[in-house]
Ligand binder design. Sequence first.
Ligand SMILES: [Zn+2]
Length: 408
Amino acid sequence: MSPTEPPDRTPPDRTPLDRTKLLAARYRAAADRPYLAAALYALTVVPTSRVPTMGVDRHWRCYVSPEFVDRTPVPELAGVWIHEVAHLLRDHHGRAARLPAADQRDHARLNIAQDCEINDDLLADGLPLPAGRMEPGLFGLPSGRLFEEYLAGVPPQPAPHDCGSGAHGRPGDWELGGADGPAGVGGVEAEALRRAAAEAMRAHRRSRGTLPGGWERWAEQVLEPVVDWRRVLAGAVREAVAWAGGAVDYTYRRPSRRTPALRGVVLPSLRRPLPSVAVVIDTSGSMGDDDLAAALGEVTGVLREVGVGSRRLAVLACDADVQAVSRVSAVEQIGLAGGGGTDMRVGITAALAARERPDVVIVLTDGWTPWPDEPVGCRLIAVLIGETTDTSAGAPEPPVWVETVRIG
Ligand SMILES: [Zn+2]
């Protein structure tokens, strides 16, 4: 018991919490999976009959129903402890906040997708879980995926399903408040707990030779994060287009494709003219065909999604060696010449000279190019393709007013 232990929130007429049984289950979970011990012991127990089983908030408080503890055997309670701490270690609430707004609002579906991400790993690890648990198979979904991948396959839920704000992100009225409240863990401490758990898992794997697959992938991601350039690039393009269109949140401007009644109806917010975009491709650079195709595919895909069709998109191939800039209508027309002598300023100038001046210019290059000295009067995104080590080994940094995304 820490001195800041929060008060028992169970009304006096209800079952008192069997703390001995609950803590025995935590001890068992920590003893069986020692790499989770520090995280499990960072959780503060808050008894409350407001939750049906157990749940966590974003500040590592674990809300526990005394009735649930009473009726659940210790081995299953141990599994639920690991389930709850998994929501927090896997930063479910942080990841939920990066979903589109409509998905974030659908707490029950989101929470079930998150439970699927956790429970298939726990069951594969041989942990018993109480009946009624969610798992991907219930929805015909494969095991071993992340909740972001499961979400589309989880149908709308008639009943609430709530593991707390530590899962889906929205605080329930039974939660105790922010990190400043009783025994709350702050963001920095939570990051440290995640890192320590990932390191403990790696050490466990080295000494024992085994670690459940789900935790192994998670620990790798924590210790050696792979920056998902597609997400970064898509975010930069969306944001630039939204900004250029004068919209703060364009997601509310598009009627859902699942709402056929709205088809053909022009919503007031859609009358805003869509911005036009120019993509300038460095054809004399040293980037590979595959990387270029992937980057261009991502850019054109996002543009199509936000409503910037081919009429508002100019793609320019820029071979500065011969001072030639040509407008292309199909990606297959772009020939990569290789070699050096890139000057993407030529391509940017050509793009800005078009009759319909672009609001956003996206430059795909290997980075070995000079950049304009001054802001060019539109949003400029530099997509640097190829080995980042090459880039850092001498290619000029784009100026600070250029938004830069690195691929490779
Ligand atoms: Zn859960």
